[in-house]
Structures are given as C-alpha cells and as structure tokens.
Design a binder for this molecule. Structure first.
Ligand SMILES: [Zn+2]
Length: 332
C-alpha cells in the first residue's frame, strides 16, 4: 500500500517527509503498458516519471494549498513532456510522451535536455478557480548555479525549492517498475510558514536567505539523508529507513497517510472535460474529423480511457445552451 509519513526533528528547525508509492505507481505503469498505441515506458522514462511522481507527492504535502500541484518537464530530446499531478487529497496521475528511441541507461540530459532547451515547471492550480484567475507557475532550467547540466531531477527540484522558498532542502528520489519513493528534508522557516507561491514577506526571505547553508542541525540531518542509497529507498520499509538514518535523532512522527487518505492513483478526466476540449477545437474542425470517420475519439493520456463522440454528440456540444465559455476556461 502506498504511504506518506511526515515527521519533525524534536526541538530542531528541521522537518521531513517520506513517500513510498507502490500500488499507486504500479497502476500508472500498468495503464501505460496496456495502451496498445504506446506500449510500456522505456526503463529510464519510467524511472524519471516515478521520481517526479514521488517528488510531486512530497511537494504537495509540503504546502498548504487547495489545488493540484503539477510537476512537468518539457524536453527537447526523446521525452517531449513528462507530467506528474497530485491533488490535495494525494490522489495522483502521471504520463509522459516519448518520441523515438533512447539509450537504456539514458540520464536526464539525454532524455529531456539534449539541446539545452529542456525545462521544468511547477504549477499550482487552484481548485475553485474564479474566472480569469491564473494558476501559479514557476519555471526552472535544468542547470545548476555554475551553468552545469543537472542530471537528476532531485537536483533540479532542490535547486528550485531553495530559490523559491529560501529554505535548504534535501531530496532523495528513486523509482523502478514496482516502487517510486522519495525522502524530503527541509529546514523550517525562521519566521512563519514556508510557501511555494513566491508571496513571502521580504523580511522573512532575508532572514531565511541569511540562514541558507548555516544551520548546523539541518546540515547534519541533510548529510544523513543524502547517505540513503537508491537501493535502500526502493527496498526498505519506511520504519527501517528512518531508524537507519536517524537513530541518533529524536523524531516526532505524525500519523501516516495511507489507504483512502494516502497517495493513490486517480484520474480527473471526464466526458465533460473532453467535450470542452472538442468545443475548443471549433465546430468546423470537429465536422471535418467526422467527415472522415464515424466518431471523434479522444484517449486520456493519464488513464487510457477512451471517449467517443459521434455526429449527434458533436452537434450537441456545439448547440447546448450556455456553452459559450471564454477561451481561457478551455483547459484540460
Ligand atoms: Zn483519464
């Protein structure tokens, strides 16, 4: 069963979180494997997407925000896009688009940053959006401070979190065909709550910026966390990992989130959303598709569900009352 555990280091300005996706991650992979058009993900893509999904679950749990956290990579290599999306209730979905071949041992650069144009985006999409309200998006290049290409998504995200929140963050991620898991350690803000939304007070930012890299407790715990190997993260249970890493620290544990409260696969696609997308294509385009074939067929990239609209359905999409939505709301 997939699970997420939060903990604090007693008396120290450091918090942690560990996520272990098993059934939820296997469901993502099984749905892709059963897609007869794409087939299963190549191994390096599955590993990247699993790490992204674990990271997105950690990042979603790390903020107080009522909306989806969407972690995306737009690549300029064989992986054109990779997306992991986690709702506030920890339901999640993920997908990637792969074009052409890639080496069996491909790293991040070979997959998504061959021409230096790959980038990573973190979007916070509010649940009950008012008309005209925009989602918040932060975009990060796949390079470090010295212009070096980053070859692990954990490095990209650590960098992003340090810059956006002014908080030291350590992220260890791993995924294979059974498990996607991650450990996050973060220094607590000097004052008040940390947030991803970039609307923090200047004063608080300055205090936190001053503290970057200086907190000895954080530094010690970060070194312990970084010693966790990929194999350990994938094969050991949460209790064993925490005991092995932090046996000398006093942890305050929160009730684990698992089962119906924990991370699980769920897709937010619906016939209504697909209708809106077809409406966005315009009547002319829809009719030209229907002139060539019986139905408009739309498959969901996340869950594989197929939606079919025949000529009668399509006509209804364009004639139903109250359907004149502004262009900005035609979003999947
Ligand atoms: Zn779906």
């Amino acid at each position: 069963m997939s699970e997420l555990h939060k903990f604090l280091f007693d008396g120290l300005p450091v918090r942690g979180m560990i996520v272990r996706l098993t059934d939820a991650w296997q469901e993502v992979l099984a749905r892709r494997a059963s897609n007869t058009t794409t087939g299963a993900y190549p191994t390096p893509v599955a590993e990247l997407l699993g790490e992204m999904t674990a990271a997105a679950a950690l990042m979603q749990s790390n903020i107080k925000f009522n909306g989806a956290l969407i972690l995306q990579i737009f690549g300029d290599g064989p992986v054109k896009v990779a997306v992991a999306e986690v709702q506030p209730d920890l339901s999640l979905r993920a997908t990637a688009k792969v074009v052409g071949e890639l080496p069996a041992d491909a790293h991040l650069t070979e997959m998504v940053n061959t021409g230096n144009k790959g980038r990573c985006a973190i979007t916070l999409d509010p649940k009950d959006k008012q008309p005209g309200q925009q989602a918040y998006q932060g975009v990060v290049p796949l390079f470090g401070d010295d212009g070096e290409k980053l070859d692990r998504i954990s490095d990209v995200l650590q960098h992003y979190m340090l810059q956006s929140e002014q908080l030291d963050t350590t992220l260890v991620l791993a995924a294979d065909d059974k498990v996607a898991a991650g450990l996050l350690i973060q220094r607590l803000p000097v004052k008040g709550e940390g947030n991803l939304q970039g609307i923090a007070l200047d004063e608080r930012n300055a205090a936190d910026e001053d503290e970057i890299g200086r907190n000895e407790d954080y530094n010690r715990i970060s070194i312990l966390a970084s010693s966790l190997t990929r194999d350990e993260l994938l094969t050991l249970d949460v209790e064993t990992i925490l005991r092995r890493l932090f046996w000398e620290e006093k942890l305050l544990r929160f009730e684990p989130m698992a089962g119906a409260r924990g991370p699980r696969f769920a897709c937010t696609c619906s016939r209504e959303r697909v209708s809106r997308m077809i409406r966005g294509l315009g009547q002319e385009e829809a009719e030209s598709i229907l002139a060539e074939r019986k139905d408009i067929e739309v498959g969901c990239d996340f869950c594989g569900r197929q939606y079919r609209f025949d000529a009668v359905d399509a006509a209804q999409i364009f004639t139903s009352p109250g359907d004149q939505l502004p262009a900005s709301s035609v979003v999947q």
